[in-house]
Write a protein of this length. Structure first.
Length: 861
């Protein structure tokens, strides 16, 4: 077995191969004596290939608390620099696709620096400036609703830095069964399209015109038999409120500690800690499932609620209409092995399980597409046998041109008098999810789209959203799980008509901003889930109305929305996350317009929420790396359990289309590939080739300094945003004080800053006043603990804009002060918004409203 000589690199290791690298390297080519628990690398400046060093991410600890049907989670990532030079660690990881991520903190020893939510571009600029200056910094960015990137800059040799991320989400519930999911690894994505200019990330794929951020969602993947030493611990504190029964994990070995009948503590067994598959926990509760369940929070912002309603089934078999079923099967390389065999097993049961009056067809897709028949055929014995033979011929290989498969399936003329149902079977390993959603929205023409995720760590964002847009439902089956129960559940859904045209009469309850605004059709066993806001609340009997099998449906339920409910504060975050979700769905129909992007951005800023356009950033003020040029090390990830490495990265696969691969050099940001002089792959349309004598080695190289504009230079690092109860402690931590100090508030003769109606732009008079104020405080900045800047509005704006406008005014003032007092750091600024809740004059006159359109400044020494 030949040795592989590896040096620590900036963005990739040899054991962490791209599809291009894998063309000439097969599984099992480990160096003699190599330990699977570590990677063989060279220390910086060393020339002996015998040092074994693990990667920066040492351990992930996940703690989840479940109350009723709400899960609150804290994810803690432990980073360590085992190298001899400062590094920047970059890690791409998953979270649940419906997670509302509302906090990120960085801990360095005893110090905690609270992350600040910012527009994505601004957060990146702040982080890069801190990295260049040699300050410890962390940046959390969302690539997809289920894919995130954590960057940690200037981890000094021997340093330990801990990142904590907090999120909340709603458990999946149907027919008395609850399901908790925690994904652990980002599976390899197929990237369609032509190569685009530039590289936005550190992944193995190049950016393309179809997936312009491909390099940000394709983290390097470990070869079989190699490990980084990264493991995971996960524990769940479960409080169902009623007795729990039938608790199980289909994915992991778990230890269960009973507390009482309705409380359990669960953790994955210490022998099952490899982060290469989704954690799946399922359980039931005793007794009959309630018709309605509500979780409510009410504070000074008003009320927020989540409501789940279980409709009652009253349908007989005689009311069922015949169906046209189109099965769309992924036969790409990532499905090779266990996944394709599980898909074939499911297909056999689907084909045999149809009703006599149904008609059906089968479409497969990989790098190309194929259809069994030109049009659907009846469910006869001969047609069933022919379809089974067709399915049996499936093999997992090639690319994943999913959009072509979906369009081909849905473009066929629909049969008159039949309910058309498309059923997509896939692992979802693609990078162009948005294009898939648009294809379903455009092409389905009344068809219902269901999905079946096959595998241990599938792309649930794609599968869930495709089914939602297609007005169907998503199901999941592991490669080692019996598919019969899942297929039975699917047929239970579609064997009965959906509850359609659903409306809810709320009576006298003052509910607003319901998410979704229009309740989708429900299949048998599915609950109605509504998120909304209210002002005063009260008790009321609400009425659910709809059409079931062309007959009127009505269900009456008693609801109470309390005036004061301080608990369940996360309901505000959950509502905002669902509002973002609905806006993203609107983008599928209307495109990513500036207006919709800004609405999503404002929700993120107001509710301290991760979105595609908002990020968390935290920076320590102290400079620790005077060089300011850390070496970037990209954390590799495991191949998902059950997925064939050869199927994804081998010669019979294509993780990228050939157009993208032809011009791709095996050189990424900061990566040096030594060997022969060319260093470039000879790539033909039919295969990937590399001279067999080339033995690559990688060197850790300094990253290029970030490009920072002069305007960015004024953005000092971190501002602190918190409620008043935790204000002093958080500010003291951000200044590296180990003990919080009591401070006395002093009003430093702040100027009266007012604004024009509906504007956040400073007037000339406001600028003159702020210039004077900046000159007053600048010489004394060292004695200032922090400055609170609070924005206000009058009552002339709609409610949605009041918070946004008042925060924008406060931010404008903060930016102006920092720009005109260069030694004033954002770390000393606290941005607050009060909308129209704190008027200083009557809003009944323009004179009073003009006084209320203001920003107040308080200086704490």
């Amino acid at each position: 077995m030949s040795s592989i000589f590896i040096t620590l690199m900036m963005t990739v290791l040899l054991s962490v191969l791209s599809p291009l690298a894998y063309a000439s390297t097969r599984p099992g080519n480990l160096a003699d004596g190599m330990n699977p628990g570590s990677l063989e690398v060279l220390k910086i400046g060393n020339e002996k290939p015998d040092e074994k060093i693990e990667m920066p991410l040492k351990h992930t600890d996940v703690k989840i608390e479940v109350s009723g049907f709400v899960a609150s989670a804290t994810v803690t990532q432990h980073y360590h620099n085992p190298f001899e030079k400062p590094i920047e660690a970059v890690y791409t990881f998953p979270l649940p696709d419906d997670a509302a991520v509302d906090d990120m903190q960085m801990m360095i020893g005893e110090r905690t620096i609270k992350g600040l939510i910012k527009r994505k571009k601004e957060a990146r600029e702040i982080y890069e400036l801190a990295r260049e200056r040699g300050q410890r910094a962390s940046l959390l960015e969302q690539e997809r609703p289920n894919i995130f990137t954590q960057s940690v800059a200037n981890i000094m040799p021997g340093d330990n830095i801990v990142i904590t991320i907090r999120y909340v989400h709603i458990l999946h519930y149907a027919e008395g069964h609850y399901e908790l999911i925690f994904p652990m690894v980002v599976g390899p994505r197929y990237i369609p399209g032509k190569v685009a200019t530039g590289q936005s990330g550190t992944g193995w794929a190049v950016d393309t015109d179809v997936v312009p951020d491909a390099s940000r969602i394709t983290p390097p993947v470990l070869k079989p038999g190699t490990r980084t030493g990264h493991d995971i611990a996960l524990s769940v504190k479960l409080d169902a409120g009623v007795a729990i029964k039938n608790i199980q994990s289909i994915s992991h070995v778990i230890d269960i500690k009973p507390i009482n009948s309705h409380k359990k503590e669960i953790q994955i067994h210490r022998a099952d800690t490899l982060p290469n598959k989704d954690f799946v926990l399922r359980y039931q509760v005793a007794g009959k499932a309630p018709e309605i369940a509500t979780i409510v929070h009410h504070d000074e912002r008003g009320g927020f609620f989540t409501l789940m309603i279980q409709p009652q089934e009253t349908v007989t078999d005689e009311q069922v209409i015949p169906r046209e079923l189109i099965f769309i099967v992924d036969t790409s390389g990532s499905m090779s092995g266990f996944p394709i065999e599980k898909s074939k097993e499911a297909m056999r049961r689907l084909i045999k399980g149809m009703r006599p009056l149904d008609i059906f067809n089968v479409v497969r897709f990989a790098g190309d597409t194929g259809t069994l028949w030109k049009k659907p055929r009846p469910h006869t014995t001969a047609n069933v046998n022919e379809a089974l033979r067709y399915v049996e011929s499936f093999r997992g290989m090639g690319g994943t041109e999913m959009r072509k498969g979906i369009v081909e399936a849905l473009a066929q003329p629909a049969a008159y008098g039949y309910l058309r149902i498309a059923f997509l079977l896939t692992d979802g390993y693609i990078g162009n999810e948005f294009g898939i959603f648009q294809a379903i929205e455009k092409e389905r023409r009344g068809a219902r789209v269901f999905s079946l995720g096959v595998g241990s760590s599938v792309n649930r964002y794609l599968l869930d959203r495709a089914a939602e847009i297609g007005r169907g439902e998503a199901f999941y089956v592991r490669q080692d799980e019996d598919s019969q129960k899942v297929i039975d559940k699917f047929f239970h859904r579609v064997d009965r008509p959906a509850l359609a045209h659903i409306e809810i009469d709320w009576g006298n309850l003052d509910v607003t901003e319901l998410q979704p605004a229009k309740v989708p059709d429900l299949w048998a066993g599915q609950p109605i889930r509504i998120h909304g806001r209210y002002t005063n609340g009260g008790k009321e009997t609400i009425v659910v109305r709809g059409q079931l099998a062309n007959r009127p449906y009505e269900q009456r339920l008693r609801v109470q929305l309390p005036k004061n409910e301080p608990v369940h504060e996360s309901m505000a975050t959950v509502w905002a996350r669902q509002k973002v979700h609905q806006l993203m769905n609107q983008m599928v129909r209307d495109g990513q317009t500036k207006e919709l992007i800004e609405k999503v951005t404002q929700l993120g800023l107001i509710y301290r929420l991760m979105t595609q356009w908002t990020s968390f950033v935290a920076v320590e003020e102290k400079v620790v790396n005077v060089n300011g040029k850390p070496q970037t090390v990209v954390q590799p990830v495991e191949m998902p359990e059950g997925v064939s490495y050869d199927g994804v990265f081998g010669e019979q696969s294509a993780a990228m289309p050939m157009d993208a691969m032809k011009s791709r050099r095996f050189v990424t940001k900061g990566l040096s590939l030594s060997g022969r002089s060319s260093h470039q792959r000879s790539i033909n349309r039919g295969s990937l080739q590399q001279p067999s004598s080339i033995v690559p080695s990688f060197k850790l190289m300094p990253s290029a300094p970030p490009r920072v504009s002069s305007t960015q230079q004024s953005h000092q690092i971190e501002s602190i945003e918190s409620d008043e109860s935790g204000l002093k402690e958080e500010v003291s931590e951000a200044r590296d004080d180990k003990v919080s100090k009591k401070v006395k508030a002093k009003k430093a003769e702040p100027p009266q800053i007012t604004f024009e109606p509906g504007q956040a732009k400073l007037t000339d008079q406001a600028k003159r006043l702020l210039n004077k104020f900046a000159r007053q405080i600048c010489p004394d900045v060292i004695h200032i603990n922090y400055i609170v800047i609070t924005g206000h509005t009058d009552n002339s704006q709609v409610d949605d804009l009041k918070e946004t406008l008042s925060r924008a005014r406060a931010t404008t003032v903060a930016d102006y002060l920092v720009k005109h007092c260069v030694i004033l750091s954002y770390a000393k600024l606290v941005i607050k918004s009060r909308a129209d809740r704190k008027p200083i004059a009557s809003n009944d006159s323009e004179v009073g409203r003009a006084k209320n359109r203001r920003v107040e400044i308080l200086v704490y020494r």
